[in-house]
Write a new protein. Sequence first.
Length: 285
Amino acid sequence: MAKLAVAVGLLIFLIKLAAYLISGSVALLSDAMESIVNIAASIMMLASVRVAMMPADADHRYGHQRAENISCLVEGMLIVIAAVLIILASAGRLLDPQPFTSIGLALVVSLVATSLNGGMSFLLLRSAKQNGSIALEGDAKHLLSDVISSVGIVIGLFLAEITGWYILDPIMALIVAVLLIRMAYSVLAKTCRDLMDHSCPESEAIIESVLEEHGGFLQYHDLKTRRVGDNVYAEMHLCVPAQTTMAEAHDLTESIERALRHKVSGIVVNIHMETEKECVLPSQP
């Protein structure tokens, strides 16, 4: 899927570049520049997915799934760079709007590229949901935003041509830049949350439900969760009666871990056992 995204991204860029060369529209140029970011992002995604799928080794005991977060971080910065370049390219046209050449043909060519982008976004989003890949999801949402902005550009340029308001050309380009900055914020914010080991409230609610249904212990506390790729890492303390044997404690943790794996996909659990003599007051219910 990642290889397909790179190949389709390159084709879309060439089509959009042709639309710009046909019309001379700075808005269509901004659309083509955004496709350059798409290609770079797809290449990053291809590399990061390959690295993330590598098994754990002596130097990376927890695997390599953080590679996807790094990919999204770089993608967010590339989007910001593209937005800045579009703003610089549009500034001159605001003061000196230029008429188009062969805008009808250029818009048709642009719509062909937009259709390819829409199809690719749908395929990537479906694959991201199936594999739990943050890199694929980020690329899919990026392409979807590109589709929306491209449709807006086509509508804006069509209105500019029939009204003679050619200043709409740089204005549409600046709107694309603003959308890109907004997209970059979304990608970077999500990536930074994951890199900072943001907790997983939904998974914690399920874990608490499983623990309350399971029983066999006096209490639990210090439940912590974090997400890495499609894995949820959870740790907690369980308090058991002082007379509980090692074998009984082991069987209890095995039973709880099986129940959690059945309810939470990709969960990796670490349970610390304590006797009632060692338990402290719970920091949470």
